[in-house]
Design a protein around this ligand. Sequence first.
Ligand SMILES: [Zn+2]
Length: 197
Amino acid sequence: MQIVFYTDSPALDFSQMNEKAFPSAPEKCPFADCAMPVNLKKHGYYKRFFISKDFSGVLFIRRYICPVCGRTVSMLPFFCIRYFQYSAIDILNILYELYASGISLEKLIKKVKHDFPFIERRHINYYRKRLVANRQLIQYGLNLISPGFIQAGEIPENQQWAKIFLQEVYSIHPHVFLVDFSNITGKSFMTSQNIIA
Ligand SMILES: [Zn+2]
C-alpha cells in the first residue's frame, strides 16, 4: 500500500535516505482488515528512479510495517506516481498544456523535449490514453474531492472532458489533487485499472 503525502521538500531531499523528509509512522494499521491501533515500525527504504524538471535520479522511499499483520506501507511524496518515472507534476503540466492550450502535439513534443530530452511521442500518447481510459475512476475521485465537478446531464466528449478536468485540477492545485485523489481512491489518476496497487 502507498500513502501519498504533501511535502515542501524538493525531490533532491529524497535522493538520500532522509528520515526527516517523511511523515512519522502511522499510529494505526491502514489496512482495513487489520486496522490495529499500533505504531507501525520503520522498514527501510526502497529505491526508485525519478525524472523531473528540477531533479532526475534515484529517490529513497520510506517504508513502514505493521507489527501485527506484517504488511508494508510506502510513503510516497505527492510528485511520485507508482510505475511512472516522470514527475506527476510534469505529467499534469504536459497534459494541461496539450488539452487546455490547444497546442499541436508536434509543437508540444518540441517544447517538452527542451526540459526532457528523452521524452518521446509514445510517452505523451501513453499519458493521454491513460487519462481517457481512467475517465470514470478520475471522475469518481474528483467528485469526492470537489463535489459538483461537471454538471449532471452534461456528457462532454473525451477531449472536452480532459480539458475541464485539468482546469479543475489546477483550480484546486495539482498537489491537493494528487494527495487527495490517491488517498481517497487508493490509486493514482494514471494507474492502469489492470494493476492492483
Ligand atoms: Zn496491520
